[in-house]
Design a binder for this molecule. Structure first.
Ligand code: PMP
Length: 364
């Protein structure tokens, strides 16, 4: 009997594995596995969500006009050079689909965001992985892996799952050495957690060049992951291509309203950034104090920390103990000696630290 067969390159895709929120026995766990905002969502955005729920029968603004306008105002960008997406995930996929296909290559660094491999394969392109250096994207290795078939280069900055970051000079060096026909996608899902002094660097590059697309999201610091809203900025030709292939009503009405309201509450964004920086610093210090047990915190500019377990205490044992204490963290098979731990509420981070200290045989 004949049946529809997926394209062979579709069958080559390993589906994305989301962060867990349950123990293996089904017990609910506090989720420190998906890099969500532990402070929740701005009250202004929650209020906007309540109001818009009354009208579900009409389509949302297909162009997300008001939202693009406010994003542009906040970041001093041209709204015509912004496109919104169903999360930044949609925009990453569209960037690959719009600019690469069968016979082309999509390049990214080892240990970077899992969606890049999927985005490359689902349009039939070949994913090419450049080695990293110390769990950080290596500009020279990326450039060494550029071929005449390279069409798109994804760089997560800060990177997930490592938390590491390339300073603007390094990103500029990468861009300078790239051919103009290669699209450089700077995925800044965690951009707002960086030092405010460097947060504009990607936007400035995207404004000045025809081949740089910057993606951002409302899922992380804005605390709106459930609503699925992302955006991208770049040259008119890039935005035009993404507009042709995106879903016509790809951002829901509630998402547009909530995102708009959240942009107006920059106090919440700043409080989230400050909480993250402080709680992350305390956590990293506590991990450093367990260095004699082989625990190493990879330097992070994001809202999570990758902890490596290089001694007797294994990542697996740590994950079990942490789950026993009531928390889900991220285990990544390709980084089997490590756990990615989202920076949560202060009390939750204290509980994780106490668990790890106990596991190492230290007083909690
Ligand atoms: N880029 C990176 C580096 C991420 O970690 C994530 C979320 N896991 C995304 C993009 C996508 O986020 P969203 O689709 O929620 O905007």
């Amino acid at each position: 009997m004949t049946k529809p067969e997926p394209k062979p390159y579709i069958l080559g895709i390993e589906a994305y594995v989301p962060g867990k929120s349950q123990a293996s026995d089904g017990r609910p766990l506090v989720k420190l596995s998906a890099n969500e905002n532990p402070l929740g969502t701005s009250p202004a955005a929650l209020e906007a969500l309540k109001q818009v729920r009354g009208d579900a029968a009409t389509y949302p603004d297909p162009a997300a006009t008001a939202l693009r306008g406010e994003i542009a105002k906040l970041h001093d960008l041209d709204p015509a050079r912004i496109v919104c997406g169903t999360g930044s995930d949609e925009l990453l996929n569209l960037a690959a689909q719009g600019f690469a296909g069968e016979g082309d290559e999509v390049l990214f660094s080892r240990h970077s965001f899992a969606v890049y491999d999927i985005a490359a394969r689902r349009c039939g392109a070949q994913p090419v992985v450049a080695p990293d250096r110390d769990l950080t994207a290596d500009v020279d290795a990326l450039l060494d892996h550029v071929s005449e078939r390279t069409r798109v280069l994804f760089l997560a900055n800060p990177n997930n799952p490592t938390g590491t970051w390339l300073p603007p000079q390094e990103v500029e060096r990468l861009h300078r050495a790239l051919r103009g026909d290669i699209l450089l996608v700077l995925d800044e899902a965690y951009g707002e957690y960086c030092d405010p002094a460097v947060q504009r660097a990607g936007f400035d590059l995207a404004r000045a060049h025809d081949n740089v697309l910057v993606t951002r999201t409302f899922s992380k610091i804005y605390g709106l992951a459930a609503e699925r809203i992302g955006w991208a900025t770049g040259a008119p030709g890039l935005i035009d291509a993404l507009n042709r292939i995106r879903g016509p009503f790809n951002v829901t009405a509630s998402g547009q309203h909530a995102a708009l309201a959240s942009l107006g509450d920059q106090d919440f964004v700043e409080a989230s950034r400050v909480h993250n920086a402080q709680a992350r610093a305390r956590f990293v210090k506590a991990i450093a104090a367990l260095g004699n047990h082989g625990l190493v915190a990879v330097p992070s500019e994001a809202n999570f920390v990758l902890v490596r377990f290089t001694g007797k205490v294994t990542a697996e044992a740590a994950r079990e103990a942490i789950a026993e204490a009531g928390y889900a963290v991220r285990y990544l098979p390709e980084l089997s000696d490590a756990l990615r731990i989202t920076v949560g509420k202060t009390a939750d981070m204290e509980a994780i630290i106490a668990t790890l200290r106990r596991l190492c045989g230290e007083a909690p």
